[in-house]
Every structure is written in structure tokens, then in C-alpha cells.
Design a protein around this ligand. Structure first.
Ligand SMILES: Nc1ncnc2c1ncn2[C@@H]1O[C@H](COP(=O)(O)OP(=O)(O)OP(=O)(O)O)[C@@H](O)[C@H]1O
Ligand SMILES: Nc1ncnc2c1ncn2[C@@H]1O[C@H](COP(=O)(O)OP(=O)(O)OP(=O)(O)O)[C@@H](O)[C@H]1O
Ligand SMILES: [Mg+2]
Ligand SMILES: [Mg+2]
Lengths: 227, 227
């Protein structure tokens, strides 16, 4: 379970201070996919970065399975991120010097999984999102949508308990996008908690509920957030 | 006027050869916006890279205002790209060490435009796409959608005769996306030729016609391509 309690993030100080996220309370249970929508600049990526321990809140708390992320040291947070949390970043973040399969298997290899097993898992994940045949290409030999699907495969490989996806279908046509959502949904149905940022209503429809951000504040939600 | 005649692009050789674009004929007139749609990996970005002289065709010709791009030397092509052609790349390509305004004014400064005038033009272009207030931020201080709008402003500033936009609204919600399309359309109505890659039918609707790519081949078009 993921819990954000009064999560606030301010960039800069004094006159230049920008309140990117303001007192956000959000709970996401295992097996639940929550969509986050809102205009450009409303705080969606900031919310995902705090939820995944990639950024630290200026105020408030972020808890994963009851444990406050701020109580962990840098090493503990890095292990949690590598093992438990899968990310699809808005700017993809693929390593140009590694092939598609190597990009996907890297988090598993860092976790001590043997090379042959990590590669097998990577090929299965790439196959699931329709780019298995491109496993041995480098990122700059792939189209934008193919690169995005490699990033999705990387986020889903291994025992992820929390999946954070920032516009995972941004560069995809609707047929390819549906295929990606099916894989993401199956992962959540198998027990992970999921947060999906999207501006496409037809993809938000795959979520159990949708919350709306405006200027850093959660202004609405399609279902009651309080259990 | 932009003309592609038998434009073909093959990556790699022998067994690993990939035919990204295959014998594409396409004419785009001044004042005309043509949308390009097609599944992920179908050759859309390849088409835009050839049209803008960023990549050289393996076979066939690309002509801009009657002049074959292959007849120009590297310096001539670079000057043409800087002065006449505006690009919005799929991976944005903003320079992290420059502010939003500096990223937008750079092509003009390289062309010998004085700093104060280049900055004034940059501020107007940023204002048009709704991010004028973020002119002095660096790219990593902006959200994904805000960065995309900076890239669009850079493509439109100055006397562009050809505008190439690869999913310019990919990271934008529909309200912000409409605002961007309005600016792009106005630029084309003022006399530029425009090529727009999008997978969103509602944005393709802003174009005069749409062509469809599948496995590198132009398979369909919403209006007669022959004049
Ligand atoms: N350097 C390269 N080496 C080998 N193949 C390549 C290279 N660059 C692109 N390709 C292949 O060429 C094909 C066309 O790529 P392109 O980037 O034009 O697709 P696209 O239509 O823009 O897709 P998307 O919607 O995913 O951005 C793809 O199958 C891609 O894998
Ligand atoms: N390092 C930073 N310094 C200052 N402001 C920042 C910084 N990073 C983000 N911001 C601001 O915080 C706000 C929220 O950004 P965020 O990236 O969360 O938006 P978003 O909802 O993901 O938008 P998009 O849909 O465009 O990706 C934006 O107004 C942005 O300009
Ligand atoms: Mg974002
Ligand atoms: Mg592309």
C-alpha cells in the first residue's frame, strides 16, 4: 500500500518559490490502479517522483507498506527503488550504450540475479509489449514508441510492488497504447499498486479511479478516496 | 514547397537491413499542413528527418523550393536548416545549460540576429504557447509539457518556410494541445509548409489532409496527393 499524507513539494525559496505539490493526501492499495490527470504543470510528475522516493517532500510523509520513506537511509531507499518500485519516466531515461534487453535486465542484474535468468526475464517483458524482436538494438536504433515500450518493460520486470507510469502511452497510437495498458493492468491485478499519469481519458478508464490535480492541489476524484 | 520523390531509407546492411521508409512520394505546398499518421515504428520520424535534411535518403530525392537537398554541401544544408526549417523533435533536444528563452533565441543568434532582438522574439514565441512566465527557467526546472512548448516556440521563431513537428502535443492535455495547434496552424496559414506527425485524430483534423504510413510505405491519404 502507498500512502501520501500532506505531501508538499516546493522548489526554490522566497520570491522564486514554486509550490509544485500542496498538501496531497492519497492512498493506493495493492491491486488498485489510480489514474492522475491534470493540465501541464499541475504537479503530476512531482507526485510520482515523491511516491517513488526519487524526490523528498518539503513537508508531509510518503509511506510504502507502512514504512516512511524518510526513515530509510540513502542505501535503503536505493534498494527499495531497485527491488520494489518500477518507473516509466516521462523522458524515458534509457541508457544509450545498452541494448533494449540490457536496459530491461539491468535492475535485476544489480539485484544479484544471474545474467542468463535476467536476460530471459527481459525477453519475456519485451515480448509482452510487442518489441521482443528488437531486443538487441540500441535505443537510438528504435523509434520513439519502441523506446517507450522498452522503458515500460523495464518498469514491469521483477517483483515490483509499486508501478509508477508517467504518460506511458504518450508516443503510442491507440492500438499499441491499449496493448501496453493491458500489460500494466495485469501487473496491478496480480497484486501491485499502480499510479498512472495520463491525459487520455480512454486510458484513465483502465484505472479503478481517477484523481485530478490543479496547481499542485488534488481537486477532485472519481471515487471516494477515504476507505 | 517540399517534395519527396521515391524517398527511401534503409538502416544497416544485409541480414540486419531495416527498410524504415520505402519509395515515398509526397508534396507539401506553402500554406498547406499535412498530417502523418501510422503505428509505432512505421517510419513517421524517418520521413520528417529526411524532409528536414537531418538524414540523407538511401535512394530517391528530397527537394525544398525546387532545390535538391543532396546538391547542397554540409555548410549549405546547415544554413538551410538554421534559417528556413523549424523542427519539434520527438525527444525535444533542449540544451540543459540554457534557459527556455536562450534555447528559443539560439537559432536566431547563430544566424547573426542581435541578442536583444533575438530575446524579444523568443519571449513573444514563448508567450504564444503559454510559457512566457517560465522564460528564465532551465529545462530541468520545467514539467514535461512545459518543455515541449519551449521546443515548439523554438521551431516557430524566425522566418521558417518549413515546419516539421513530431508529436508536438504528445505530453499535453487537450486544452493545451489545442492552443499549440492554433499557433502551428497560424504559422502555416502565414505561408509556411507544414508536416505534423500525430497519433491523435482530433489534432490531425487541423491539417488540410492526412497521409498514412505502414511499414515505411504511404498506404493511404485523405485527399488526392496529385495536384
Ligand atoms: N538507426 C536505426 N537502425 C535500425 N533501425 C532503425 C534505426 N532507426 C529507426 N529504425 C527503425 O526504423 C523504423 C521506423 O522508425 P521511425 O522512428 O521512423 O518510426 P515512427 O513511425 O516515428 O514510430 P513512433 O511512432 O514509435 O515514434 C522502426 O522500425 C525502427 O525500429
Ligand atoms: N526544479 C524546479 N524548479 C522550479 N520549478 C519546478 C521544478 N520542477 C518542476 N517545477 C514546476 O513545478 C510544477 C509542476 O511540475 P510537474 O513536472 O509535476 O508537472 P506535470 O503535471 O507533470 O506537467 P506535464 O503534464 O507538463 O508533464 C510546474 O509548474 C513546474 O514548472
Ligand atoms: Mg509531467
Ligand atoms: Mg517517431
Amino acid at each position: 500500500i502507498l500512502e501520501l499524507v500532506g505531501a508538499t513539494r516546493v522548489h526554490g525559496e522566497g520570491v522564486r518559490a514554486v509550490r509544485a505539490l500542496d498538501e496531497v493526501d492519497l492512498t493506493v492499495r495493492m491491486g488498485e490502479l489510480v489514474a492522475v490527470m491534470g493540465p501541464s504543470g499541475s504537479g503530476k510528475s512531482t507526485l510520482l517522483n515523491l511516491a517513488g522516493g526519487l524526490d523528498t517532500p518539503t513537508a508531509g510523509a510518503v509511506r510504502l507498506a507502512g514504512e516512511a520513506l524518510s526513515d530509510l537511509d540513502a542505501k535503503g531507499r536505493a534498494a527499495l527503488r531497485r527491488r520494489r518500485i518500477g518507473y516509466v519516466f516521462q523522458d524515458l531515461n534509457l541508457i544509450p550504450a545498452l541494448t533494449a534487453a540490457e536496459n530491461v535486465s539491468l535492475p535485476r542484474e544489480l539485484d544479484g540475479v544471474r545474467l542468463r535468468k535476467a536476460r530471459r526475464e527481459a525477453l519475456v517483458a519485451l515480448e509482452q509489449v510487442g518489441v521482443g524482436h528488437l531486443a538487441d538494438r540500441f535505443p537510438d536504433e528504435l523509434s520513439g514508441g519502441q523506446q517507450q515500450r522498452v522503458a515500460i518493460a523495464r518498469a514491469l520486470v521483477g517483483p515490483r510492488r509499486l508501478v509508477l507510469a508517467d504518460e506511458p502511452t504518450g508516443a503510442l497510437d491507440s492500438v499499441t497504447g491499449e496493448a501496453v495498458m493491458r500489460v500494466l493492468r495485469a501487473r496491478v491485478d496480480a497484486g501491485a499498486a499502480g499510479l498512472l499519469v495520463t491525459h487520455e481519458p480512454r486510458f484513465a478508464a483502465w484505472a479503478d479511479r481517477t484523481v485530478f490535480l490543479r496547481d499542485g492541489v488534488l481537486v477532485d476524484s472519481t471515487a471516494d478516496d477515504q476507505p
